[in-house]
Design a protein around this ligand. Structure first.
Ligand SMILES: NC(=O)c1ccc[n+]([C@@H]2O[C@H](COP(=O)([O-])OP(=O)(O)OC[C@H]3O[C@@H](n4cnc5c(N)ncnc54)[C@H](O)[C@@H]3O)[C@@H](O)[C@H]2O)c1
Length: 344
């Protein structure tokens, strides 16, 4: 049985990936700080949960591991802008260190789930050979990680970088700060779709089931096809201009609810806009995204309607990290009074 170590395992993508790996008979070591709760991964007899910081992993963690999928990150632009140092440490330095430790421990494969946001702003269709243009701390950290892990590729250590489009769809650790999920929730809850100005920006989208299927496929792929390679992950039909994406979601939700949905503009014009070419992943791996936007939106709507999915504070990544920091400071203050408050 192959053993896969997944970092950031209880996150939005990880909490879909881990059960899928287990169902495919992999043994899984799930590493996470569980910032979004410890209940995102169900217990399983071959799931080993490690509550640790990715920055503190040691070579012992990689004993008998066959592959690493290094999802860990401060996972969006606004959070990364707020926690710049932690983002560079976690998203870049710790992932480079994890890859190096894995190699040293004799692990055979390392996958870096990077982001298409590394392309920043471009008018034309970008493929993997194009120059990147990381505009934010989050994108810069991904670029650093890519530059750090790729040179570790060797005959006995397969390294692959996956530049994922913006992900959508249902997950145990739900993120409503992602475009499709947030728009769908806005339509459902307030009959208003929040749309970031000016709507002309392009953004590729990818269903969470598709990207996690791909991670599983990579674990069984011949090294010569993927070693030292970068892949854009998504599909050209999902290269949406944001205003068109919004219109499609409005139509799907209006039909589902039989209600009129309005568009509500917010924010300054987005500085990021990119459309990607996905020929390489299709021609090299025969991989194509299978899910469409309507399926992703409907599954969220149905989960909301049935009450299985409830929007809580932790589903907006930035706001949740801000709350955690505030509580941490309060606890430190209270600790100063330890003993004094214990008046009895
Ligand atoms: N979701 C997307 O649209 C998307 C798109 C492109 C790339 N990615 C990348 O995919 C990966 C996963 O994204 P996600 O959406 O699942 O994010 P997420 O925020 O839901 O998950 C990240 C997980 O990492 C954990 N974590 C954070 N810092 C940690 C640390 N120092 N030590 C241990 N655990 C820590 C968190 O508790 C969380 O469970 C990230 O690298 C992200 O940059 C995501």
């Amino acid at each position: 049985m192959k053993k896969v170590l997944v970092t950031g395992a209880a996150g939005y993508i990880g909490s879909v990936l881990v059960p899928k790996l287990l169902s495919k008979k992999y043994e899984v070591v799930a590493v996470d700080r569980f910032f979004f709760g410890a209940n995102k991964l169900a217990q399983h007899n071959v799931l080993n949960v490690v509550k640790d910081d990715s920055r503190k992993l040691t070579i012992e963690h990689f004993k008998d591991v066959d592959a690493v999928i290094d999802l860990v990150a401060i996972s969006n632009d606004p959070s990364a802008e707020l926690f710049k140092q932690a983002t560079m440490e976690i998203n870049a330095d710790s992932r480079i260190r994890t890859a190096a430790l894995a190699k040293q421990a004799g692990v055979k494969q390392y996958i870096l789930p990077s982001s298409a946001s590394i392309y920043g702003f471009h008018d034309d269709l970008r493929d993997e050979s194009c120059k990147t243009n990381p505009l934010t701390v989050y994108a810069k950290a991904n670029e650093q990680a890519e530059l750090g892990v790729l040179p570790l590729a060797a005959e006995d250590f397969t390294v692959t970088v996956m530049r994922q489009a913006t992900v959508y769809g249902l997950s145990p650790r739900m993120r409503f700060d992602l475009a499709v999920n947030g728009m769908t929730y806005g339509c459902y809850a307030s009959k208003m779709l929040p749309l970031m100005r000016d709507g002309s920006q392009y953004r590729p989208m990818l269903h969470v089931q598709d990207t996690t299927d791909l991670f599983c496929q990579l674990l069984e792929t011949e090294s010569s096809l993927i070693n030292g390679e970068i892949f854009n992950v998504g599909s050209e039909s999902h290269n949406f201009q944001i205003k068109d994406l919004a219109q499609e979601i409005v139509t799907i939700v209006a039909e589902f609810l039989s209600e009129k949905i309005e568009i509500e503009w917010y924010g300054d014009p987005d500085v990021r806009s990119y459309r990607l070419n996905f020929n390489k992943i299709e021609s090299t791996l025969g991989w194509k995204a299978k899910r469409n936007l309507k399926e992703g939106v409907i599954e969220i709507l149905e989960a909301l309607k049935s009450g299985k999915l409830v929007k809580d504070d932790s589903s907006i990544t930035l706001e949740w990290y801000q709350q955690l920091v505030t509580w941490h400071k309060r606890i430190k203050e209270i600790e100063k009074y330890n003993g004094i408050l214990d008046i009895e």
